[in-house]
Ligand binder design. Structure first.
Ligand SMILES: [Mg+2]
Length: 509
């Protein structure tokens, strides 16, 4: 990933649009002394963007130019974007309800109902291979870098036998991508049930397992089962961010139109937003006053794919009425992005949409319309803490890898000399040093593991390459951040700029 972290403005009214952020400023603001020299030699943000700011506010990461001054409409997804959930509690609940459905509706053995949720068993961006019953982590090139069958890792040799150099094509129906925090319970449950099957339990084939687990979890979301439990105790499952409402009000003060586009229904959205936003508003009576447009049951990504009719929702009664064509201020259901643009009379490139679903909120928008995009990635702060904590280990690995490459070149040269009949010097000594280096590097790699997911490592990395998830973020999200309120530190007129990225041949060693 090559990207740039934007600097928060010193004042909410400061215009950053013409300001070029100096290297010295960045070093002072975000880098330890030891990082100053490495920044000059590299544009890799993972080397420099690993710290929280002094105030604890997370920065915003920039993949491509985005001038907030030109943005007239800021739209938000709701679940896990405007309103974050406590992921472990939420997904544990989904897992527990899903295993009950597998037993009751699909006649799975009672033992399945005793499975306990293990959050670490899945991370965002993994892919389920329905044909082989595996869970995969892919590189940006679609190559399998880590694979588990059930709860056991598949070793390198076996992985090569199954996947070889194949590029995984996610358009193939045999693969299912875990694109949102709501899919974590799906991944965990699939791995656990495959493990039971591996241990000899009589269960359907892997394709059926994958489809039935997904069907159970989807139905919990769609039939209102999960929402009815959440509604009864939002405090248990919802993580309120007191700074989210002031962030929205700031955008409003600057003349931005605000919009929600959510796949949740109106009744649920209303009470969730009452709970999450209203107590923290200071300039508006309630969230209905704050947002110009609220679109519920939007059915993203179809909302961006083809025209569908809007239904108008009466705020007082909740009753719906048919509507044709462009829409105006109010609360709606269904619809199509084209009628939103036409109703507001604002071109697509003056919309910015923030969402957490890498496909439904980000990739599909970039492919189907020209809105600007921002990804909200709740787990990014944990990953950044890990990167910061392991910075020195990573530097030592890099140093040893350079020495290893040097010795390999010398060995290759010695081999060449041997074949040409010349005397070979120090060959055995070098072989011993290479063994020692391999051992040391392997130990250091082990030391990295406790700082990240113990099974899958970092969300954004697949070995030394970027992960497929990282590739999607870089390609389709103009900016990304951990939460909506990270915007609070930035003027609504900020010019987010990426740094010039270096290609492999441009890096001076
Ligand atoms: Mg969402």
């Amino acid at each position: 990933m090559f990207m740039y972290m934007a600097a928060p403005s010193a004042s909410p009214v400061e215009d950053n649009s013409i300001g070029w952020l100096s290297e010295e400023w960045i070093s002072h603001r975000f880098c330890h002394d030891s990082r100053k020299s490495s920044f000059k030699n590299s544009t890799n943000s993972l080397e420099i963007n690993t710290g929280l700011s002094h105030s604890g506010v997370m920065p915003i990461y920039v993949n491509r130019l985005l001038n907030l001054k030109k943005i007239k409409v800021v739209g938000f997804d709701m679940d896990y974007t405007l309103v974050p959930y406590k992921i472990e509690k939420f997904e544990k609940l989904a897992h527990s309800l899903a295993i009950n459905r597998l037993v009751q509706n699909y006649s799975y053995p009672q033992e399945v109902g005793k499975l306990e949720f293990q959050l670490n068993r899945a991370i965002l961006g993994l892919v389920i291979d329905k044909r082989n019953g595996n869970m995969l982590k892919l590189s940006r090139f679609g190559k399998v870098k880590i694979a588990y069958h059930g709860l056991e890792e598949i070793d390198f040799r076996e992985r090569q036998q199954i996947y070889r150099e194949r590029v995984i094509d996610l358009r193939d129906a045999d693969f299912q991508s875990l694109d949102t925090p709501f899919a974590i319970s799906n991944g965990v449950l699939f791995a656990q049930v495959v493990q039971l099957k591996k241990a000899g339990m009589k269960l359907p084939d892997y394709r059926h397992l994958a489809c039935e687990i997904s069907a159970c979890i989807d139905s919990l979301h769609k039939d209102g089962t999960l929402k009815s439990i959440l509604k009864a105790d939002f405090g248990e499952y919802v993580r309120r961010d007191p700074q989210a409402a002031p962030t929205l009000e700031r955008l409003k003060v600057y003349g931005k139109k605000l919009m929600i586009i959510t796949n949740s229904d109106y009744a649920y959205s209303r009470i969730l937003l009452d709970y999450a936003l209203n107590p923290f508003l200071t300039k508006h009576k309630n969230w209905q006053e704050l947002f110009d447009l609220v679109i519920t049951l939007a059915d993203k990504p179809k909302f961006f794919a083809s025209p569908h009719r809007f239904l108008r929702i009466n705020i007082k009664t909740g009753q719906m009425s048919n509507h044709e064509g462009p829409i105006s201020r109010g609360i709606w259901q269904g619809g199509w992005f084209g009628d939103v643009q036409e109703g507001m009379g604002i071109p697509g490139d003056e919309f910015l949409y923030l969402g957490d679903h890498i496909y439904g909120d980000v990739v599909s928008i970039k492919k189907l319309c020209d809105w600007r995009t921002a990804l909200i990635l709740n787990g990014l702060d944990d990953e950044l803490k890990g990167i910061k904590a392991t910075h020195e280990i990573q530097q030592e690995i890099d140093r040893l890898m350079k020495r290893k490459q040097f010795l390999e070149r010398q060995s290759d040269n010695a081999e060449l000399e041997h074949h040409t009949g010349n005397r070979v010097q120090n060959f055995e000594t070098q072989a011993d040093e290479q063994d020692a280096l391999n051992f040391r590097i392997s130990k250091l790699l082990d030391n990295l593991k406790p700082h990240f997911n113990p099974y899958w490592g970092e969300i954004f990395r697949a070995g030394i390459e970027e992960s497929r998830y990282a590739e999607q973020v870089e390609k389709y999200a103009c900016i990304y951040m951990t939460k909506v309120s990270d915007l609070f530190e930035y003027s609504p007129r900020t010019y987010f700029r990426p740094i010039r990225r270096l290609l492999a041949h441009e890096i001076i060693q």
